[in-house]
Structures are given as structure tokens and as C-alpha cells.
Design a protein around this ligand. Sequence first.
Ligand SMILES: Cc1cc2nc3c(=O)[nH]c(=O)nc-3n(C[C@H](O)[C@H](O)[C@H](O)COP(=O)(O)O)c2cc1C
Ligand code: SF4
Ligand code: SF4
Length: 263
Amino acid sequence: MNTVIYYYSATGNSLYAARFIEERLPDAELRSIPEEMAAERLEVQADRIGFVFPLHYLSLPLQVEEFIERLSLKESPYIFAVATCGVPYWGRPFLDMDEILARKGRHLHGMWFLRLVSNYLPLRDTAAEWRINIRAWFAYRKLQNIVRSIENKEHHATWQLLRDMCRRYHEEWRDRQRSIDENFSCDTEKCTSCGLCERICPTRNIVRPEGHPVWQHRCVECLGCLHCCPAEAIDYGGVTKGRRRYRHKEIKVADLLHDFSNA
Ligand SMILES: Cc1cc2nc3c(=O)[nH]c(=O)nc-3n(C[C@H](O)[C@H](O)[C@H](O)COP(=O)(O)O)c2cc1C
Ligand code: SF4
Ligand code: SF4
């Protein structure tokens, strides 16, 4: 009984959750969504297929949505999804995913929000350490239950509140995508030209002709570049200056970098 788990993660919350599930299921395999997307044809055949991703503006990250649209699912597997987030239950990620799957004659069987820490630094500073630790403890316990449910192929639904408002909010965000990276700036005095921002970007949106990042207007606002920069040289407008950068404690920067060498 094999399981394929697709994950998408900028600051490690979703990778932590995906690994947690993968390590506890026999014959499970993790696959990075941005790296998989480089392939021309996307096809999967497994007994269980999972998607683990962050909540972005109350629904799916744009690349996750595109990936599921493109993915061809063979036979009738058990399909599950976990959305990591700062605030659970507000949003419609599973409704939107189910709509895409329904067009392929498939449905989502298990769905869970997993509360960790918000990495949306433009809105507010990273949570205090004690809060991060408490959330990690609750998340650990919830993940144990999620694994049990997936193992038994249980059906599991969840609340998704204020669906119409969330759709509007998400669509407005989508409409702003092309210009979103105009908010980013790099302090070239601080930048050491290490290249991590370029390697973490899931859309290959960063080039560095003179060592420091230049954004190419293909941003999906994952915030990987901003959080991973060891020199804290990247900011989003003026609002992120002085705010604490975030990464899940059990995930290294190296785990979040993308390898597009086969693309
Ligand atoms: C563009 C963007 C939008 C976000 N929107 C929401 C949201 O609507 N609700 C929420 O609870 N968290 C939101 N977050 C926070 C992330 O969902 C949360 O921190 C997630 O666990 C990050 O996962 P990752 O570390 O795997 O990238 C948002 C983060 C980003 C970057
Ligand atoms: S990660 Fe930071 S220090 Fe490294 S190249 Fe990018 S901006 Fe410069
Ligand atoms: S430019 Fe930064 S925020 Fe935008 S997609 Fe790339 S890593 Fe994510």
C-alpha cells in the first residue's frame, strides 16, 4: 500500500507536517511540488495521495492550485490534504481543491487544518517563542491523529468558514500577483551574495546579475526569500524591518531549497 505526499513549503511548517506523515506510513514518498512542476506531464499512481501546503490568503497557494489542475490521477486513490496555517478554519482551501478534483472525477477524502505559526510577516511580527512552542505541541498531537486517519483511509471533513468572503479575498490577491514583488527590496550593504534567496524561490523569480536579488514579476508571495536570507537583507515595503524571520525549528534552510537542475 503506497503513499505519495506532495508538499509545498517556504518556511518549513508544511515540510515538517509532510515529513511527519511520511515517516509514520509504510512505503510513503515525499515529492516537492515546485520541482515536480518542471515536468511536462504530471501523473501519479498510488493507493494514497496527499497534499501538504500552507494556507495562502484563505485558500490554496497559487502553484499548488496549478499543480493539482495539471496532475493526472490514475485509478481511485484515497486523497487527503493538510493546510498548515496561523489561524485555522477561516478559508476554503479544501473546497477549492475539491472543485478541481471533481472536474477529474475525484474527491478529497480527508482534510485537516494544522495550526502552526503564521509566516505572513507583512501583516504582523512572528509569534513569541512560547506561543510557537505551545502550537508545536498541539500540532504534534493533531498530526498523530491525522496519521491514524490516513492509515485507515478514514473520511474526515473540517469547517471552512465565511466561504464567499474568502473567495473574494483570495481572488483579489490573485489579481495583484504580477506586481506583488515590487514590494520587495534588498539592502545591498547587508547582502553577502550567498544566493539562498535565488535557490529557495519556487518560481525561479530571482536572478542575481550583480550578486544581490532582482525580482522578475513571477512571484507567488511564498515569502521564502524574505525569511531565509541569513543577512536579513530582504524586506517587504517598510513594514517587515525589525520583524523576526521565521523557520520551523526542525527544518533546515537546505531542506527548503529547490533543485531545478533536471528541468
Ligand atoms: C501570502 C501568504 C498568505 C497567507 N495567508 C494566510 C491565511 O489566510 N491564513 C492563515 O492562517 N495563514 C496564512 N498565512 C500563513 C501561512 O499559511 C503559515 O505560516 C504556513 O504554515 C506557512 O507554511 P510553510 O512554512 O510551509 O510555508 C499566509 C502566508 C503567506 C506567505
Ligand atoms: S539570501 Fe540575502 S544575503 Fe544571500 S544573496 Fe539573497 S539577499 Fe543576499
Ligand atoms: S520571489 Fe520570494 S516570495 Fe516570491 S515566489 Fe520567489 S521566494 Fe517566494
